[in-house]
Design a protein around this ligand. Structure first.
Ligand SMILES: [Zn+2]
Length: 227
């Protein structure tokens, strides 16, 4: 049992601490910059609509959804969904988030490869990431190397899914900052906090990747012991 605990503390625990820290950081950045209002007075949904139109994507719908930081772009229905706290807000945080989601819509429209790959992997990744751990544990109890290997393979799939998400997220934020700068909807000094917040948000994806990788390596070590 000691070995299992040790692998947890070496591979998984530091990544979890990193993930909790990254989450706290993005929350605090969001709260701080939610109180910093844009001089233009434009609301996030208006800026999103303007940026979409400028990108030739005036037909992408914008909807308001419940929850906090639940904002996302849905490629299947070509809908940009903004959370309650973002939709009507004229804070630089809200405008930054809305522009980031527009970034995803533009990625989708131009066929940005990492996004296409990621979207293609979503259904597979949902199944494999849920099945990976149970399969491995059953394999461990039944002493079945085959089941453990399938579990590991599924875990590896989850790691790859997290990895491919990273360029998608960083690229959407870069597009957001470029669009906001070019359009002049935010001033240069307003762009700095937006950049900080989007970087903090991207770091949570790095942390999620680290957690998945840590879990994979841990199980790989445990599997290595069973040969
Ligand atoms: Zn995103």
């Amino acid at each position: 049992m000691f070995y299992y605990d040790m692998t947890y503390f070496v591979f998984v625990f530091p990544a979890l601490i990193f993930a909790i820290w990254a989450q706290a950081r993005v929350r605090s950045a969001y709260e701080t910059y939610s109180r910093l209002y844009s001089g233009s007075g434009r609301r996030a949904y208006e800026v999103a609509a303007l940026l979409l139109r400028e990108a030739g994507l005036g037909d992408v719908r914008i909807e308001r959804i419940p929850g906090s930081l639940t904002d996302h772009y849905d490629p299947r229905s070509r809908t940009l969904r903004l959370s309650e706290g973002v939709y009507d807000s004229s804070s630089v945080a809200a405008i930054g988030i809305a522009a980031h989601e527009v970034g995803h819509a533009v990625q989708h429209a131009v066929g940005y490869a990492p996004l296409a790959i990621r979207n293609g992997l979503v259904p597979v990744a949902q199944f494999t990431s849920q099945a990976a751990f149970p399969l491995f544990i059953i394999g461990l109890f039944l002493n079945s190397g085959f089941l453990m290997d399938i579990g590991l393979l599924f875990f590896l799939g989850a790691v790859i899914f997290h990895l491919i998400t990273l360029p998608v997220e960083y690229n959407a934020s870069r597009r957001a900052l470029n669009m906001l700068e070019a359009s002049g909807y935010l001033t240069g000094s307003e762009l700095v906090p937006v950049g900080n917040m989007l970087n903090a948000a991207a770091l949570t994806y790095v942390a999620a990747t680290a957690v998945a990788l840590g879990q994979f390596l841990r199980l790989l070590m445990i599997r290595g012991r069973r040969d």
